[in-house]
Design a binder for this molecule. Sequence first.
Ligand code: F6R
Length: 366
Amino acid sequence: EKGGYPHFMLKEIFEQPRTITDCIRGRINVKGTNVVLSGILDNKERFLNARRIIFVACGTSWHAGLIGEYLFEDLCGIEVKVEYASEFRYRNPVIHSDDVVIAISQSGETADTLAAIELAKSKGAFVYGICNVVGSSIARATHSGTYIHVGPEIGVASTKAFTGQVTVLVMMAMMLAKMKGLIDEEKYREVLRGLIAMPDNIKEVLDQHEHIQSVASIFTYARNFLYLGRGCNYPTAMEGALKLKEISYIHAEGCPAAEMKHGTIALIDQEMPTIVIATNGSVYEKTISNIQEIKARGGKVIVVVTEGDCIVAEMADYCIWIPKTAECITPLLSSIPLQLFAYYIAVNKGRNVDQPRNLAKSVTVE
Ligand code: F6R
């Protein structure tokens, strides 16, 4: 059932062109002029009147929530909070009856996320779910929701579920932005067409697997890694670091690129490689100066850049490119090389990629 791949994780990484297609099917029309999610349509008033959106999730799903924060603030003008379910449930969080709580969970069985949902419901909030497993506990406990429809995820390290979650969040934010009259037609269509083109764009990234494997081989014996990104690629950087930690057992840390100089930069030397997501967009120039700071301290830099970039590519030691796309959906592309990078390092180290030590696929105990 691994479809000829040596591990489920690799199969699931390579499945992403198809899983994104499945995720948007029947939701975005062929022309890319409209997106409809029935869960949003059925609860239109709840979403339009939402005072805040509060994401609750754990791990990779929490990273997807952080990307959701950028999307909903930027495109829909709604105040957003992103909470670790495990922290949220044990505080006395302020929850208003006009807050919309969105729980994100691949398995739909994560105990902390489920408890956070029950707490939010008890305070009168409307709770929406973004799940993969149909009929799971979280799917049933929420008032409504959207499935990501990426198929069973067997590898313990989440890959295709993450890109499915982000895809659903983009579709939700687009729909809401349109309903609120906050997005112009041109941008709306640019993003929808970007999602339609995403499977082909992901294929282009996957086609670089041999190159990514060779870069991974060079860094297999590094003891620590730093991952940097800004904007919606900051959560992507954290997700890349988590993937590496989980399956290779190498320590890694995701950090907002500009925050590095407030402490983390002290770690930089020849032994501490940095992966920087430096794609074109609003924070591109700023990220360049962060790369210079690392290079000046002898650090090795691997960059993820937009196709055609030569400025950053020249400065870096190794370069992986992704196709150009609308800025708010770049995490769907920039996360792919980070998944592959973690995978190849773990394989080089002889790790049990699909079932890393100490981890379970769904955490049903707190
Ligand atoms: C990371 C990973 C975990 C899960 C987390 C939440 O690769 O798999 O961090 O993301 O345990 O799980 P779900 O999404 O099933 O609630």
